[in-house]
Design a protein around this ligand. Sequence first.
Ligand code: S3P
Length: 185
Amino acid sequence: MASSDAAPVGAASRPIVLIGMMGSGKSTVGRRLAARLGRRFVDADRFLEERCGVAIATIFELEGEDGFRRRETAILDELSRLPGIVLATGGGAVTREENRRMLAERCVVVFLHASIPDLWQRLRRDRTRPLLQTDNPRERIAELLASREPLYREIADIIVVSARQPVDELVADIIEALPDECRAR
Ligand code: S3P
C-alpha cells in the first residue's frame, strides 16, 4: 500500500482508479467515492462511448475486442493524467501491460474484489456486455476472474471486498485505506 512518506510530489492529485471485474460495482462505488471526496467522477467506458458516439457493444461488433482494447488504452492514457479524478475502468483494463503500467505509475489503484456468486447475481440478466453473450456466461465470468485476478492484485494499492454490504460502507473502507494526502482536499 502507498504510504504518505513515500508519496511523490503532487500525490494529492493522483487519480484514484477503481479496477475489478464487470459487476464488481466500480461505477456505483466510484461515483459515491468521488462525491464523498469532492472529486470529479469519470467512467472510462461511458467516456469512450461519448467520444465514439456508439455503445461499447457496437465497437466490439465493428472492430472486435482488439479494436476496443486499442481505444481503451488511448482513453486510459488520457484519463489517467487528469488530476484529482476518481476513475472507474472497464473490467479488462488490466489485461494490457501498458495499461497496468500507466495506472500503477500515475494513480492510486483500488481493486474491488467480488466473488463469482456475487458477480453472477449482478450480471445474470446483462445483455450489454459483449464478453458475456455466450452459452455459459457464468463459466465465462469464472474464467475471466481466474485470468485477471493476479493482474488486479499486481497493481492494487488497496484491495476491498465488494460483497453485499451497503455502498456507503464500502466507500468508507476505501477512504480509510487511502493515503492521507488523497483525503486532504
Ligand atoms: C469488459 C468490461 C466492460 C467493458 C467491456 C469489456 C471486460 O466494463 O469495458 O464490455 O473485458 O471485462 P465494466 O467492467 O464496466 O462492465
